[in-house]
Design a protein around this ligand. Structure first.
Ligand code: ATP
Length: 235
């Protein structure tokens, strides 16, 4: 479904990705792991068109997308949930969701998607008239995921959905990610919380300073002693 080949991304003179190869098959959950600064967010932003590669290619369902503007990439079926959630705090929950559908022209479909999001996250339905800025961190994360789903993506990119959240909330959000995936949405998940991410994922990639150093099934990565000492040490 998605193929990254020799992807190089630079910020000015600083090369953040030194030639990344990655494959995502339809229906998968793929986790991207790595320390701070390894290039995980940059990889996601490259896919969604928020940063442009210096070289290499990104092909989605047979079409090269690395030259397309970000809004075209959303239209093609890729939506990103950014790190830190970035919901619009002075808008209501419903208004935030509506903004997620900005590329859509099918209001009936939008209404069905909104109902589906409310069934995934019933608390958002209860709070639909509340300003997003007054929601808890977990609820804002749910809203950020809901907003991305309003674009009807076939591929969902999640950047650190567990960041700063309590363990029970993380568990609920990860279970919902599984449910979203089961309904046919392919997922790329960037996480510091490597153990939880690998339990959820089918496969994983480990990045170190802008390079892929390991790519394997989630099961093998969970059993890998190097991964254990580097990323699974706590809990
Ligand atoms: P984190 O979990 O901390 O977000 P990450 O693995 O997602 O880490 P990136 O944010 O992709 O890593 O950063 C990769 C490299 O690119 C780092 O060396 C970082 O300092 C650098 N970098 C990221 N964003 C910028 C930017 N806007 N300008 C310059 N350098 C940047």
């Amino acid at each position: 479904m998605l193929s990254l080949e020799n992807l190089v991304v630079k910020y000015g003179n600083v090369e953040a990705l030194h030639g990344i190869d990655m494959e995502v098959a339809e229906g998968e959950i793929v986790s991207v792991l790595g320390a701070n600064g390894a290039g995980k967010s940059t990889t996601l932003m490259g896919i969604s068109g928020l940063v442009k590669p210096a070289s290499g290619s990104i092909v989605f369902e047979g079409t090269p997308i690395h030259t397309l503007p970000a809004h075209k990439i959303v239209e093609m079926g890729i939506a990103q949930v950014p790190e830190g959630r970035r919901v619009f705090g002075t808008l209501t929950v419903s208004e935030n969701l509506r903004l997620g559908a900005f590329t859509s022209r099918d209001r009936n479909r939008d209404a069905r998607t909104r109902d589906w999001i409310f069934s995934l996250f019933p608390i958002l339905k209860e709070r639909r008239r509340q300003l997003a800025g007054t929601l808890s961190g977990g609820e804002q994360q749910m809203l950020a995921i809901g907003r991305a789903l309003m674009a009807h993506p076939r591929l969902l990119l999640l950047d650190e959905p567990s960041l700063g959240l309590a363990p029970l909330i993380i568990k609920a959000i990860f279970e919902t990610i599984r449910e979203i995936n089961s309904s046919g949405v392919t997922v790329v998940l960037v996480e510091q919380n490597a153990r939880a991410a690998l339990r959820l994922a089918h496969r994983g990639y480990v990045l170190e300073v802008g390079k892929v150093v390991l790519a394997d099934t989630a099961e093998s990565l969970l059993a890998n002693p190097e991964i254990h000492s580097a990323y699974l040490g706590h809990g």
